[in-house]
Ligand binder design. Structure first.
Ligand code: ZN
Length: 172
């Protein structure tokens, strides 16, 4: 396993639509292991492959809730969303230091494949539903700052510019 570098806002790969995975093999298992290792090192609850520079439809998720085992999800799709929505705070490993309230459906049904290539369907609510929506957004080139009001987005981007020198120092 290896830690991979997390791509930050401004990296064009975060804006690409990721390609579907067409087969589960050893390389995919290595990618998934690296994604888990990177997510835990960064203290995240989810990570999408484009965030480590791989434009493929793979996510890993661990909401750190007793009832939910960490899992990888391949070619995940949100196939149902509740009408009921809620606002909760979101951040993103690709936008360190930025957080805001994002409104999303409370419950979703998602389907895709598990790490062995078997069909997998999940009904999720609350934090898990939010993580799934956030990570599937990444596979479509969408970031959480695209889901707040234009005014909020301007404020977040201003903060991002202001903290650029700190980030540069942190990575030197
Ligand atoms: Zn994210």
């Amino acid at each position: 396993m290896a830690l991979r570098e997390v791509r930050l806002l401004g990296d064009p790969i975060l804006r690409e639509k990721a390609a579907a995975v067409d087969g589960v093999d050893g390389a995919l298992h290595t990618l998934i292991a690296d994604m888990f290792e990177t997510m835990y090192a960064e203290e995240g609850v989810g990570l999408a492959a484009p965030q480590i520079g791989i434009s493929m439809r793979v996510i890993v998720v661990d909401p750190r809730e007793d009832a939910v085992q960490p899992f990888a999800f391949i070619n995940p799709e949100i196939i149902e969303t509740s009408e009921e929505t809620e606002r909760d705070e979101e951040g993103c490993l690709s936008l360190p230091g930025l957080k805001d309230l994002v409104e999303r459906p409370v419950r979703v049904v998602a389907r895709g494949l598990d790490a062995e290539g078997r069909p997998k369907q999940i009904e999720a609510a609350g934090l898990l539903a939010r993580i799934l929506q956030h990570e599937v957004d990444h596979l479509n080139g969408v970031l959480f700052i695209d889901r707040v009001t234009p005014l909020k987005r301007r404020m977040l981007l201003k903060k991002w510019e202001k903290t650029k020198p700190e980030r540069a120092r942190g990575r030197a």
